[in-house]
Design a protein around this ligand. Structure first.
Ligand code: PAF
Length: 290
């Protein structure tokens, strides 16, 4: 029988474990998640184990980062199978707080960023990053880890987290965990489970189309705005319902780039059925250096 992993549901129990680890001189790592764990999450546990002796995985479907038309009510909740998966990793503790533990009656504080949290995903999902920044600040304060890791698949989320951690002088090292893809290149996401068979096949084109965009820009003869437009067209022709954005941006500020001499990042969101799929990819400087 597989061994079990300890689960705590209160901040005080979490702090008790962390205090014992600190007393024994261990370095603590945090992997925040919303559960429905897949290979992408498990790779975060693996990556952080290079930097931490004791690893906490939090599972909390955070209501404040969902908009009123979002999928909060139907978001997959799979605590039992998540904990079974984590028991086979190097994780040491699972923190699964109920909503009332994280947002008790009378909770009125939120963490808000301007600029980087208002563009792209922030423009499509107003308030989303306030919810993310608030819950991640709380998780960092509650567990006080030395290091925390977030997937690069949510590229803008990672940039937002790095920004408020810097602004608020939160003493933690933030790591970006490499994007993990399925065999056809689709980035792992808990929301992929919403796709039907036909949509799942179409979804495999996302990665191919972004790769083609990167190649075109890296060859040096396709300006960013033209590359964005032709990738958008290609996504629609492949069967995506709509495209929220395909944007070639500066890797840190996420502002639109025109000059590609230092390379950049393409970030994109396309819809299939009711699902918003996110992806991103690094664009190297053009071969000619032009
Ligand atoms: O990426 C996620 O799963 C969530 O946005 C996070 C970082 C766990 C905050 O709820």
């Amino acid at each position: 029988m597989a061994s079990q992993i300890p689960i705590v549901r209160t901040v005080s129990a979490l702090r008790h474990h962390v205090a014992l680890w600190r007393r024994d001189g261990y370095k603590v790592g945090l992997v925040p998640t919303m559960g429905a764990l897949h290979k992408g999450h498990l790779s975060l546990v693996d990556e952080i184990s290079q930097k931490a002796d004791k690893i906490i995985v939090s599972i909390f479907v955070n209501p404040t980062q969902f908009g009123k038309n979002d999928d909060l009510d139907v978001y997959p909740r799979r605590e039992k199978s998540d904990c079974e998966k984590l028991a086979k990793t190097s994780a040491n503790l699972v923190f699964v707080p109920p909503v009332a533990e994280m947002y008790p009656k009378g909770h009125v504080t939120s963490v808000t960023l301007s600029g980087i949290s208002e563009i792209l995903e922030g423009a499509e999902r107003p308030g989303h990053f306030d919810g993310v920044a608030t819950i991640v600040s709380k998780l960092l304060m509650q567990s006080q880890p030395d290091v925390a890791i977030f997937g690069e698949k949510d590229y803008q989320q990672l940039a937002v987290i790095r920004q408020f951690v810097r602004d608020l002088d939160i003493p933690v090292e933030i790591l970006g965990g490499g994007l993990v893809r399925e065999a056809d290149g689709l980035a792992y996401s808990s929301r992929n489970a919403y796709l039907n068979e036909k949509e799942r096949i179409i979804a495999g084109n996302f990665n191919r189309i972004l790769k083609a965009l990167c190649t075109a820009v890296e060859k040096g003869n396709c300006p960013p705005r033209a590359a964005e437009a032709s990738a958008t067209q290609a996504l629609l022709e492949a069967g995506f319902l709509s495209v929220d954005y395909v944007s070639i941006v500066h890797p840190q500020t996420l502002l639109p780039l025109s000059d590609m001499k230092d390379g950049g990042q393409v970030v994109a969101v396309a819809r299939l059925g009711g699902v918003r799929l996110l992806d991103n990819m690094k664009i190297n400087p053009p071969e000619s250096g032009s």
